[in-house]
Ligand binder design. Structure first.
Ligand SMILES: *Cc1c(COP(=O)(O)O)cnc(C)c1O
Length: 430
C-alpha cells in the first residue's frame, strides 16, 4: 500500500501538533508507523489521501453506528446549520433528543447534554460526591472515563497503549480519592468498601469494557455492584459512552435490567458530532445548577447542529432490526476469526456483544485489564500491519474494541475474514 501523501502530511502535522495528532489514540506509534490521513468516509468505507480504501472497524471510535456520511444525517445536519450554528440559548431539539434518550433508559429521570464524554463522567463524579457528601470513589483498572484529573488513574485506551499508569501533571491529591479495583473482581470492591467505610461516594464502571480491548462483565458482577452500592449508600455510575445504543436500544443496563443511579453517554448519541450527556435519578440530578449547588456548564452544550445529528441518528437506529443486524455481522466476524485462528494455530481470544467486539492474542480468557496485558503485543503488531496493508482499518492498539456499523454488509465481513485468515497464516509463518 502506497501512503506517500499521508507520510508527507504527517511530517507537516508533527511540526505544529504534538505527535501530529489531536488525540493520542489516533497516533500509529504503538504499531511503529504513521497514521493514514483520511480524505472521506462513506458507509463502511474510508478513503485516505493517497486513494487507498479501507473497511472501517474504528468508526470514529464507535460513534458512526450508521456508517459514515449517512445521507439523511448529513441532510439534517445541513438543515440545522443553515438555521445558525449555535446560539448559547435553549432550542427545541434538545428536549426532543432528551425524550428519545430517556425513553430508552428507564433508570434516567433527568438528563443534561455536554460536548464530550470526559465532561459527562467528570460531572457524574462531582454530582455523586455532592449527593453523598463523601469524597472517595472506586474505578476499575483499564476502564477509561475521559481525561479529567481525578479519573486519570489506572485508565485504559491511549493510557493503556502507552503504558502511562496515570498522567503526569495530575497532582497527587487529585487522585487520592480514586480507589482502583480490578474489573470483574467483586471481592476487591467489597474490601475497598470495608476499608473506607462511609467514605465512598461512587463506583464508576464501563459495564462492558471497550477501552482495554473488549471485556465482558462476569456473571453477577454488575448486579453485585448494584447491591453493594445500595447497601453502602454509594452512587452507581454506568459509563455507557461506548455501550449506549451500541449493544442494544438502551445500554448494558437494559440488557441486564440494572438501574444505575447515574449514566454517562457519548459517541453514538451525537452521531459523529460533539455531543455527550449524563443523566439519572431526579434526586441526584436536581443538585445541578441552576436548581442546586453543583456547578456545570458549557458554551457548546446541546449545540443545535450536534443535536440534529444525534436525533436523526437515533431515529434511523431505532427503526427495524438494527441490533439483530449488528449482532449477526458481529457473530459472523467473531466466529470467523476464531475459526481462522484455530486453523492457523494462533492463540486468540475473540468475543463481542451487539455492535462491538475485541481480539486478544492470548491463550487464557481475558476478564480484566491485568489479564489483557498478558496478550502478545508482537503478534498484534504483525496482525495489525497485515490487515491494514490489505485495506482493513483496525484500531492501532491492542487496547481498543472494534466496532460495526449498519452499513457493513455481509460481503464486507466475508472480505474482512479472508484478509484476517491470510494475515494469521503469515503471522504464524514468521
Ligand atoms: C470515549 C470515552 C469517554 C470519553 O469521551 P470523550 O468524548 O472522548 O471525552 C469516556 N468513557 C468511555 C467509556 C469512553 O469510551
Amino acid at each position: 500500500m502506497k501512503r506517500v501523501l499521508s507520510e508527507e502530511l504527517f511530517r507537516i502535522a508533527e511540526r505544529m501538533i504534538p505527535g501530529g495528532v489531536n488525540s493520542p489514540v489516533r497516533s500509529f506509534q504503538a504499531v511503529d508507523t504513521f497514521p493514514s490521513f483520511i480524505e472521506r468516509g462513506e458507509g463502511s468505507r474510508l478513503w485516505d489521501v493517497d486513494g487507498n480504501a479501507y473497511i472501517d472497524y474504528v468508526l470514529s471510535w464507535g460513534a458512526a453506528v450508521l456508517g459514515h456520511a449517512h445521507p439523511e444525517v448529513v441532510a439534517s445536519v445541513c438543515a440545522a446549520a443553515q438555521k445558525g450554528l449555535g446560539f448559547g440559548a435553549a432550542t427545541p431539539g434538545e428536549s426532543q433528543l432528551a425524550e428519545r434518550i430517556l425513553s430508552a433508559f428507564p433508570a434516567m429521570d433527568l438528563i443534561r447534554f455536554v460536548s464530550s464524554g470526559t465532561e459527562a463522567c467528570m460531572t457524574a463524579i462531582r454530582l455523586a460526591r455532592a449527593h453523598t457528601r463523601r469524597d472517595k470513589f472506586i474505578k476499575f483498572s483499564g476502564n477509561y472515563h475521559g481525561h479529567a484529573d481525578t479519573l486519570l488513574a489506572a485508565a485504559g485506551s491511549g493510557l493503556a497503549t502507552f503504558s502511562i499508569p496515570s498522567s503526569s501533571g495530575v497532582p497527587a491529591p487529585c487522585v487520592e480519592g480514586t480507589l482502583i479495583a480490578p474489573f470483574n473482581d467483586l471481592a476487591a470492591v467489597k474490601a475497598l468498601f470495608r476499608e473506607h467505610s462511609n467514605a465512598i461516594a461512587a463506583v464508576i464502571v464501563e459495564p462492558f469494557v471497550g477501552n482495554a480491548g473488549f471485556i465482558r462483565p462476569a456473571e453477577g458482577f454488575l448486579e453485585g455492584l448494584r447491591e453493594l452500592c445500595s447497601e453502602e449508600k454509594a452512587v452507581l455510575i454506568f459509563d455507557e459512552v461506548i455501550t449506549g445504543f451500541r449493544l442494544c436500544w438502551g445500554g448494558a443496563q437494559t440488557l441486564f435490567h440494572i438501574d444505575p443511579d447515574l449514566t454517562s453517554l457519548g459517541k453514538i448519541i451525537g452521531g459523529g458530532l460533539a455531543l455527550a450527556a449524563f443523566g439519572g435519578k431526579a434526586e441526584i440530578m436536581s443538585h445541578l445548577a441552576p436548581l442546586g449547588s453543583v456547578y456545570q456548564a458549557g458554551t457548546l452544550s446541546g449545540n443545535p447542529v450536534a443535536v440534529a445529528s444525534g436525533l436523526k441518528t437515533l431515529e434511523l437506529l431505532g427503526k427495524g432490526d438494527s441490533y439483530a443486524r449488528l449482532t449477526q455481522n458481529m457473530r459472523k466476524l467473531v466466529s470467523g476469526i476464531a475459526d481462522s485462528a484455530k486453523e492457523c494455530d494462533v492463540a486468540v481470544q475473540v468475543d463481542g456483544e451487539g455492535g462491538m467486539f475485541g481480539l486478544f492474542f492470548s491463550d487464557a480468557p481475558v476478564t480484566s485489564f491485568e489479564s489483557a496485558k498478558k496478550s502478545d503485543l508482537m503478534l498484534f503488531k504483525k496482525f495489525f500491519k497485515g490487515v491494514f496493508e490489505k485495506g482493513i482499518y483496525w484500531a492501532p492498539s491492542l487496547f481498543e474494541a472494534g466496532f460495526l456499523s449498519l452499513a457493513h454488509s455481509e460481503h464486507d465481513i466475508v472480505k474482512t475474514l479472508e484478509v484476517i485468515q491470510a494475515t494469521l497464516r503469515d503471522v504464524k509463518k514468521k
